[in-house]
Design a protein around this ligand. Structure first.
Ligand SMILES: C[S@@+](CC[C@H](N)C(=O)[O-])C[C@H]1O[C@@H](n2cnc3c(N)ncnc32)[C@H](O)[C@@H]1O
Length: 371
């Protein structure tokens, strides 16, 4: 089923109903979240927005996502009408092809079930990777068919919470199944009828620290005493530090912006590759902002290998230079050539700055720390 039919189907579902004025939150959400300190939450398949509005009222900053433009527009209007628009943003995304940016303390997916094709495992895997260390993914699915459900197929089999978790293939060192059960409750249908239903409840928590991800700190380098040896020694130290920080970082978080400016780990290393090439190898860069973007086909290993290659070539050029006051041997064509002293100092400053960004981004991704 293609994206257009998902939009058409769900827009049709919502357009056929009058806009809800006071949509109710789901019981499993309120029982799980009540009492938790508010943070950033992502609501996947928000529908009419009962969960999103309730979360915003509890003080959470909510990103609510749905494929239906009707649902998103209605929720946006409702948040404004209730004075919650500073804490609730509704976005249209056709998951998993399009996924919201950001890092979250909680991702909630309530009844993200549809008669149309949906690669839920990919959606929920992306959701698990979008969690901050210590954050939780709450997945609540129908475990039985209510009399008013669109799905009255007598042969329907609902995946168990453990099966849903297993499908995600998450690293057990970094994510733990905290709850996987099938509680029952009395539900009320749209026509006021009540019935006993089963929910499938899954909570997966992201580890605060991944034990093996803690590297020992590498001490500052013991360089020779000359100015060139000190500058080059510290530059190599920072280059290695930033490469190791990106190496082994998990997908898709390694290319997912974790801050509003859009910065991600792969982009940082791609940018530093261009800075090395421009400064020491004289290569021209026409669009500096493009150097922060990662091509979809580039793996982490490709980006790290390209950086290491640029560093090796730069060092090859620098090895032949003895006079720090002399201009860099391969200047760019635009503007006067800087001195080698200036170029090395600039690269130390540039690499150190981005290595610090990378430290923070990597810790947000999987809790890995150390330099
Ligand atoms: C069964 S409803 C649940 C709505 C809401 N979470 C609730 O508990 O009332 C499923 C929701 O998932 C949304 N949805 C279905 N496919 C989607 C997709 N590919 N991307 C984003 N949302 C989708 C639908 O528009 C619908 O609002």
């Amino acid at each position: 089923m293609n994206s257009t039919s998902a939009v058409t189907f769900w827009d049709g579902v919502y357009a056929a109903r009058p806009a809800a004025t006071e949509p109710r939150p789901n019981a499993r959400l309120t029982e799980t979240v009540t009492g938790l300190p508010p943070g950033d939450v992502l609501d996947l398949g928000c529908g009419e927005g009962g969960d999103a509005l309730w979360l915003a009222r509890q003080g959470w900053h909510v990103t609510a996502v749905d494929v239906s433009a009707v649902a998103v527009e209605r929720l946006t209007a409702l948040a404004r009408a209730h004075g919650l628009d500073d804490r609730l943003t509704a976005e249209r995304h056709d998951l998993p092809g399009s996924f919201p940016r950001g890092a979250f303390d909680l991702v909630s997916a309530h009844y993200l079930q549809t008669p149309l094709a949906l690669d839920r495992a990919t959606v929920l895997r992306k959701a698990a990777h979008a969690l901050r260390p210590g954050g939780a993914l709450l997945v609540v699915d129908h475990g039985s068919t209510a009399p008013w459900s669109w799905n009255q197929d007598p042969d329907v089999r609902y995946a168990t919470p453990h099966e849903v978790a297993a499908d995600l293939g998450l690293d057990p060192a970094a994510w733990t199944v905290e709850r996987a059960d099938a509680p029952r409750r009395t539900a009320t249908g749209p026509d006021g009828r009540t019935a006993e239903v089963t929910d499938h409840v899954l909570i997966i928590r992201r580890a605060r620290h991944v034990g093996r991800a803690r590297r020992g700190d590498t001490p500052p380098p013991r360089t020779g005493g000359s100015e060139a040896e000190v500058l080059r020694g510290f530059l190599d130290y920072l280059r290695e530090s930033v490469s190791v920080k990106v190496e082994g970082a998990p997908e898709p978080a390694v290319r997912t912006a974790a801050v509003p400016s859009g910065t991600h780990l792969l982009g940082l290393l791609g940018h530093l590759t261009s800075v090395e090439r421009a400064t020491f190898l004289g290569e021209r860069v026409d669009d500096w902002s493009a150097t922060f973007r990662a091509a979809p086909g580039d793996s982490v290993a490709d980006v790290v290998a390209r950086y290491r290659q640029a560093v090796a070539e730069a060092n090859g050029v620098l090895d032949g230079c003895t006079d720090l006051s002399a201009p860099v041997p391969r200047p760019r064509s635009n503007g006067p050539a800087p001195s080698l002293r200036w170029a090395l100092t600039h690269l130390i400053e540039e690499t150190g700055r981005h290595a610090g960004h990378a430290d923070i981004l990597r810790e947000l991704i999987d809790g890995a720390t150390g330099r």
